[in-house]
Design a protein around this ligand. Structure first.
Ligand SMILES: *Cc1c(COP(=O)(O)O)cnc(C)c1O
Length: 229
């Protein structure tokens, strides 16, 4: 069995190689280790190997892990679908939310973020795959939503996130990621100070890095296949 620390090392090597191949500084690509479904002990093992940022998809499970591992100095990112009745727990247990897809959720997160915490870092999730995917805002609606989210006092809009359809077609992977990058570039040209492209997972992180990813969200390649532990 491969240890989490060995897998982490292999993923970091993939990231570094992809960045170098794209002529980018590997230090500009952050690894978010997606720990959904894995117990707190697995996160502790990854943290001991030097991993700091972890991604969770489910509110109850994620909040429980942030509490169990408080004090380790970890950074927690919420990356799953978010219902409005669950925003309060997320607003205060997490450092980032990647999955903003409507203004109502953003408004609630801003209103519910504790005053003693720094503003919550957020990304808007964009549906770059059209009918292949149901989550995320349509590309045409990104600019309006981004302006509204950027104006909320307790949020800091950092950039855009996408989860394209799973495909082995590298040209298609790159086209989806390039589309997200173009949307971000347009927002930056319009005056928003965005610095984040959250894109790329275990199977397509090379394509994402080639197209400018600054955060890759990697679960399987770090922790193993979910449900096969
Ligand atoms: C599960 C998940 C990931 C990680 O997927 P892997 O294929 O296991 O690397 C990344 N992003 C989101 C939003 C996820 O839900």
């Amino acid at each position: 069995m491969t240890s989490i620390s060995a897998r982490l090392e292999a993923v970091r090597a993939r990231i570094d190689a992809a960045a170098s191949a794209a002529g980018r500084d590997p230090g500009t690509v952050d690894l978010l280790a997606v720990s959904k479904t894995w117990p707190a002990e697995a996160v502790r093992e990854a943290a001991a190997a030097g991993q700091r940022a972890f991604g969770e998809n489910y509110v109850q499970e994620g909040v429980a892990k942030t509490e169990a591992l408080a004090g380790l100095g970890l950074e927690w990112h919420f990356i799953g679908p978010l219902q409005s009745n669950k925003t309060r727990a997320v607003a205060n247990a997490f450092d980032w939310v990647h999955s903003i897809d409507r203004l109502r959720i953003a408004e609630r997160l801003s209103a519910q973020r504790d005053a003693h915490l720094r503003p919550l870092d957020v990304c808007i999730q964009v549906n770059v795959s059209g009918e292949h995917s149901k989550s995320g805002v349509a590309p045409e609606a990104v600019a309006g939503l981004a302006r509204a989210v950027a104006a909320l006092p307790r949020l800091r809009l950092r950039g855009l996130m996408c989860i394209p359809e799973a495909t082995e077609d590298v040209a298609l992977q790159r086209a989806r990621f390039a589309a997200l990058r173009a949307l971000k570039d347009a927002l930056v040209a319009g005056g928003l100070g965005l610095d984040t492209l959250s894109m790329g997972m275990s199977h397509d992180l090379e394509a994402a890095i080639a197209e400018g990813a600054t955060i890759v969200r990697v679960g399987t390649a770090v922790f193993g296949a979910r449900g096969a532990a």
